[in-house]
Design a protein around this ligand. Sequence first.
Ligand SMILES: *Cc1c(COP(=O)(O)O)cnc(C)c1O
Length: 423
Amino acid sequence: MDHFLYRDGVLHAEDVPLTEIARSVGTPFYCYSTATLTRHFKLFHEALEGTDHLVCFAVKANGNVAILRTLAALGAGMDVVSAGEYARAKAAGVPGERIVFSGVGKTPQEMRAALEGGIRQFNVESEPELEVLSAVAAELGTTAPIALRINPDVDAGTHDKISTGRKEDKFGIPVGHARRVYARAAALPGIEVVGVDVHIGSQLTDLQPFEAAFGKVAELTEALREDGHDIRRLDLGGGLGIPYTRSNAPPPLPLDYGAMIRRTLGHLGCEIEIEPGRLIVGNAGVLVSSVIYEKAGEGRDFLILDAAMNDLLRPAMYGAHHDIVPVKEPLPGGPTAQKDIVGPVCESGDTFAKAREMPPVAAGDLLAFRSAGAYGASMSSEYNGRPLVPEVLVNGDQFAVIRARPSFDEMISRDNVPEWLED
Ligand SMILES: *Cc1c(COP(=O)(O)O)cnc(C)c1O
């Protein structure tokens, strides 16, 4: 459920008509709903009620500081995958003890920044990384709390580009090597083993792969305890999928996910960490765009929008589906026609939808891409010299620009012309 509904014939974000925001900031823009963010965060929180837990929002899904601050105020921790995301979490007021550092290629500089600023735990993905972290922590005279990210060799059954838990994926330490690497970790200076970590992929629409992975985590935890490690925390990653379209079967609910976690891992008495990104922010955001042209082709008609693949990469990158709806409510049961919906970028991949049934839409009309809050703005770029689109946060009947559209001067002034090219 989200808070983007038609009211008086106009799509609203909570109590604000999207037409009003479009008038104020221009198109395209991202718009997020505080009520939806809050609702989704609380669903996870409630799903794990009664179990010691921390919900760490995966910052890579949406790193805007206002979004992070909204979630932090609800008690969220953060899962970061770079020093830049760590800095964003800190800027949002999240204390180090609620920040988990994930990612397959942390540099010594990134480790140092997190150790100096405070960190809950590093999720370590390889032996070489473990050795470097040990050296960095020892040099700073401190101790790095760690979990090893285990690759359980489970097929998440999701898109190839976002599956991370098969043995051929680049992530984690093969579960068969885990006991040996834990023994090494325990022997290293500057390292404190606190837990086990797993993250098998994103946009999972079935609990079964999670259950298979968590079963392996449970077995491993017992073996590691026998080996003398004090495993007290289990980080189960993110990955729960969202409904991108109403025509598919709905993905599992956080409540069922929480029940499954208890069933597979509850007996271990560990603190549970989860790292959802997409489910918290995905359906809490829309991308609003204007139709620039309608163009009749041979055998197909195009709607050319002012949004493009640089603003919302998911369709080009993953062949992902987004529902695209007019901001002005179409007549129920009115006529529709098939359109290819495309952006202005000079790539054929800049296509949001092919042969999509659409109600009548004319140049100048506003369209909203649903479910665009996760991996939308955070994956955007300025390709084709297109400014990053503004982000707007709605809260009840208020809205605020939480990232402004840069001017061309701002964009250009980031480049430097070397002395030898100056006239
Ligand atoms: C991407 C990622 C997440 C978040 O995944 P979602 O599908 O957005 O929930 C969590 N943890 C790690 C380590 C990730 O890489």
